[in-house]
Each structure stands twice: as C-alpha cells, then as structure tokens.
Design a protein around this ligand. Structure first.
Ligand SMILES: *Cc1c(COP(=O)(O)O)cnc(C)c1O
Length: 456
C-alpha cells in the first residue's frame, strides 16, 4: 500500500479525494488480485507491481469519473444538455467569482442603506435586451412555465393548440405540468392545422391564458396551418386574456447572421404583443442555468406576488453571471466572447486547418513508434446548435476521425471518454469522429494527447 501511495499518479488522486478513498480503492484492487491468484492459477501468482499500478490508476479514474468533471465536447452539438449546455463567457465567470467569493448588495440598497430588490438590476438589463416592460428570473425555463401556470391557471382553463403540446427533455410534458398546476388544458385545432378561430371558439369566462410553445425539438411539415403570435396576442387583448409563450431557446440575436435559419427572438415575441415570454438562460442566450420571464408590467407583477417564486429563486452567482452575459449583448463586438457565438463564428476552413493540424500531430507522434496503432484523418462534418433550437439545421464543420487497429470504435470511444481529458466523440462506422467546433482551439493539444494515450 505504501508503495502505491508513493507513486506520483496515485498521490495526485490522494490530493483530489483524500487518502481514505484512495486506500479503499487500491485495497479493492489488491484484494481482487489476491483472490484471482488463489482461485485461478496459483502458479501465475500475483500480477507484477506495474500491472497492479495500472489497475489502481484505472479504478481511481473511474472513481473520479463519477464526480462532476470537465469533458471535451467533440460531439458537434454545441449546446449539449447532457454535457452542461452553454459554457460561460470570461466576463460571466469573473462576475461569478467576485460576487460568490464575498458579500454583495444582493438584496441591499446601497444608497438608502435598506433592504433592496434581488432582481431589480438584472431586470433593467433584461428590459434593454428584450424590449419588455419588466422581467423576472427563476431556476430554469421549466420553473418559469410552472410559475406562470400556477399564477394564472389554477382552477381555470389554459388554451393550447394541438401542434404545440410539447415534451422537452427530462420528462417535462406541457400537459402534465398544466395538470400539476391545477389548470385545465383546453386543446384546440388538429395536429397539423390550427386556426385563430379555434382559439376564439375555446374562449369561456373561465379562460385564464392563451398559450404558445416553441416546438423546439420537432417540426410538423406538409399540409399545415398555424396561428401567428401577433394574431393570438391581438385576440388575447380583445378578450382580456393574457397570452403566454414558452420560447425555450431564447435567442437575443438573429442566428441568421451565422448562417442558421432565423430563430424567433425574445424581442420579436415581445413586439408581437405576447404578455409573458419564458426562455432559458443557458441555451441560445449563452448564460448560466436559469429561466427568464419577460413581459408586461402587470403580468410580471402578478408573478412577483406568487409565494412560489421564493422556492424557485436563483442564487447570487447565477444573477451575477446572467447580468455579465447580458451586458455582452449591448456591444456587438463583445457578442463572440460568449462561447456559443464564438463557436458559431469559426469558419469551416479554419476548423479544417485545425483538424489537419491535430491529425498530423497525432501521425507524427505515431511515426516515432514502430508501427502506427491505427489511422487518423480529417473529415468534413455537420454540427448542430442543440439546446432545442433549429432542430434540423446543420452547421458545416470539421472533425478528426480516429480508428484503432484491432479495437472497435465503441471501445475506443469509451477509452477516450474515461481517461482525462475525457474526450466525447461520436461513433461513425469503424471510426470515432471528434468534431472540433465545440472544442476551444486552445484545447487542440489535449485532443492530440487524448488520442495518443487512448491508442497507446
Ligand atoms: C428547453 C425548453 C424548456 C426548458 O428549459 P429549461 O431551462 O431546461 O428548464 C422549456 N420549453 C421549451 C420550448 C424548451 O425548448
């Protein structure tokens, strides 16, 4: 045990999770080896120290993988929900660090020396970036929808068209959330065709809301008809019923400038006259996980008065990161410091250059060995924005494709995932494809390292 603990690699794990965990893990490896030696073939004896050290390293790497650890996203899906969605901008990280490390005026008015509002500052920025009269921040967009339905819908009717009864990831289904908030769902229209008159006919004295949701993860194509948000908003005004839109992605800029299809922006939803627009902070906005509701003064005031808001509130670090991210939208030249927009800005030509550089670096390291363990090449690919936006739109991208002789692509992908820097690629045929668009260029050397190690 002392020999193991003295090994630099093992000592590094001790520094990470303490000696107790390391000892328990190494001990399990040693007990396993002893038991196998007794059971299987006593003549072979216990494996050599080097082999046991390798096993201990792998076991400890598995322990580490169960912690929350950094990975490199080679999937080509930029806002990958399973990989934590939007990386934060340097300005957001700096704001989080300074606010989270100490005290702040979170709920304190420095002028008056009295209690202040947690949300006032960020609401001002949200007004500027969305054009709404007022805004509110909660835990995530799902919480925003829940708060809206709880505030307006309880014991009343919420009208939704059949083509927008969405299920987003993680089992969040609009009909179920409606039921949980005590509202009655009134479905109108058909799956493919919905008209304004369908909404008009559904209005009763008990109608609480007219609701739209962004069909962010599917498309209905062909023989279709839909109701424009502006028409629904006008109907709501005539009938005195608030109109709410679950926008999901929450773009604050037009994605068309990056060659993607136009994605409805928050500002457009507000301009259409929608009373409440709910969207995520960590999708197209590129900020921390949170849910934002932008809307009219009157409607936001009703949300503020709901005691449920207290249970859905966000912490100071989130507010600091959100405010810092929103500020980057105020100056065009700052936008691409938000990693998502920085990733979109890479030209395919530049990504191809990076892929070729990575591939040839791997090849030249392999050339130093007797025989190359496999093949590596660069490859034109398609990336996706992800995060429930433009589900079908592809972004031309570039990747390195790796094959290891005598090892399946699935096994190679698993090795790349399990050992630091934990590179997540996708399996295509007998290759692992690592798309470079969501990997910071400063990490290309880590991609080289990861591949060389996984094929050693
Ligand atoms: C993603 C999404 C949500 C949920 O957002 P979270 O911030 O993950 O809670 C809700 N509605 C739509 C339309 C979405 O795309």
């Amino acid at each position: 045990m002392n020999r193991f603990l003295a090994e630099p690699d093992i000592a590094a794990f001790s520094a990470l999770f303490g000696t107790t965990v390391v000892k328990t893990t190494v001990d399990a490896v040693l007990r396993g080896a002893r038991a196998a030696a007794v059971r299987d073939d006593a003549r072979r004896g216990v494996p050599a120290f080097g082999e046991l050290l390798d096993r201990a390293r792998r076991a400890l790497a598995r322990v580490e993988s169960n912690e929350l650890v950094e990975v490199l996203n080679g999937t080509g899906i930029l806002l990958h929900t399973n990989l934590g969605r939007a990386p934060l901008a340097p300005a957001a990280l700096a704001a989080m660090t300074s606010i989270a490390a100490g005290y702040s005026n979170l709920e304190f008015d420095l002028d008056a020396g009295t209690r202040g509002s947690r949300y006032a500052r960020v609401s001002t920025l949200l007004r500027e970036t969305t054009g709404a009269e007022d805004a509110l921040v909660v835990n995530n967009c799902a919480a925003a929808v829940l708060l809206i339905l709880d505030t307006f819908g309880k014991g009343r009717e919420v009208v939704v068209s059949r083509n927008q009864l969405i299920e987003i990831g993680g089992g969040f289904r609009l009909p179920d959330v409606l039921a949980r908030s005590g509202a009655t769902l009134v479905e109108v229209g058909a799956t493919n065709k919905v008209y304004l008159r369908d909404f008009e006919r559904a209005l009763t004295p008990n109608t609480a809301l007219l609701m739209r949701s962004h069909t962010s993860n599917y498309r209905i194509e062909g023989f279709t008809a839909d109701v424009a948000a502006a028409d629904l908003a006008a109907l709501g005004k005539r009938a005195g019923v608030p109109v709410v839109e679950d926008l999901g992605g929450g773009a604050l800029v037009d994605l068309a400038r990056y060659g993607l299809p136009h994605e409805r922006t928050v500002r457009e939803a507000v301009a259409d006259g929608v009373d409440l627009v709910a969207f995520s902070g960590d999708k197209l906005l590129g900020g921390p996980q949170c849910g934002i509701v932008a809307g009219t003064t009157a409607a936001i005031a009703r949300l503020r008065a709901n005691p449920l808001l207290r249970a859905l509130r966000v912490d100071k670090a989130t507010l600091a990161a959100l405010a810092a991210t929103l500020r980057l939208y105020l100056r065009d030249e700052d936008l691409e410091t938000i990693p998502f927009y920085g990733m979109l800005a890479w030209s395919q030509g530049d990504l191809m250059f990076r892929a070729r550089t990575v591939a040839s670096a791997i090849q030249s390291i392999w050339a130093g060995a007797d025989t190359a363990p496999g093949t590596v090449r660069d490859l034109a690919t398609q990336a996706y924005a992800g995060g429930g936006s433009a589900p079908l739109a592809t972004i031309p991208s570039h990747a390195v494709a790796i094959r290891r002789d005598g090892v399946s692509a699935n096994a190679l992908a698993a090795t790349l995932r399990r050992t630091p820097p934990r590179l997540i690629g996708r399996v295509e045929g007998d290759e692992v494809v690592v798309d470079l668009r969501a990997i910071p260029s400063a990490r290309d050397a880590d991609v080289v390292d990861a591949v060389v190690r996984a094929t050693a």
